[in-house]
Design a protein around this ligand. Sequence first.
Ligand code: PEP
Ligand code: MN
Length: 291
Amino acid sequence: MTIEQQNEKSSPSKIYTANAYTKPVEFGGLTIGGPDFAVIAGPCSIESLEQFTETAQFVADNGAVMLRGGMFKLRTNPSSFQGMGRDAFDIVREVKARTGLPFVSEVTDPRQINDFASLVDVFQVGSRNMHNYALLKELGSVDKPVLLKRGFSGMISEWLYSAEYVVKHGNPRVILCERGIRTFETATRNTFDLNAVAFVKRHSHFPVLADPSHATGATDLVIPMALASAAAGADGIIVEVHPRPSEALSDGFQALTLPMFKDLMARLEKILNALDKKMLKTCSPAKTLDL
Ligand code: PEP
Ligand code: MN
């Protein structure tokens, strides 16, 4: 076989479709990748019942359709806060019951999958695990969607192949998430590759979210880049919110405060109007907390 033939055989372009229609992913009464724009919000890490409750209730009351919150954190520095781990499980149960919203959290090890199955509505694969094929294969057998973040050094083709791992192993419900890549630029935490959002919308069937929190790493850049994500055609965003960012145990420098989240939602409505799109709404109205 010639090198050209070999290249042709393994060419990543094989996984790109010329002009794809997004196949929506449905779960818990929500449709991601349909006509409406989804906002997923919550803290980087769950830190306490009070912190998660306060954040969750606020974002629920202001239009978020799903909660996020890290329990097992993959930190670059092993001395950084590693997440509450299993101690967060009861907190999650309580906050989910109170808000009525679905929940996404990062699974960092295939051994967590069973425990996660009763807690999360969507399994998140983080940037550092986009190439963890053992984890991706295991997630092929779960009966819940997988939110697959792009590796910070992952090419679009590699990202789509990672999605294919999950699909090939039995789970077609993959949602992609662009969260910024590592480039020569150091002024921001990552370089937000909005090209990738537009590209995978056009050339793959997967819904795509954008994460302007990790993509910028700076609170004051999150709102403008969230708006840009909507304009670029993302199916939604996932953003980090903390009631007191200066006290956050992880990623406080990129967290929106509660009033900032409210402002973001008001500004997003205007962009969505201009795009002839609507904000995705929950079918069950958020319950009010009585703390
Ligand atoms: C996260 O969403 O909590 C996270 C760690 O993001 P990423 O994997 O994109 O770094
Ligand atoms: Mn974070």
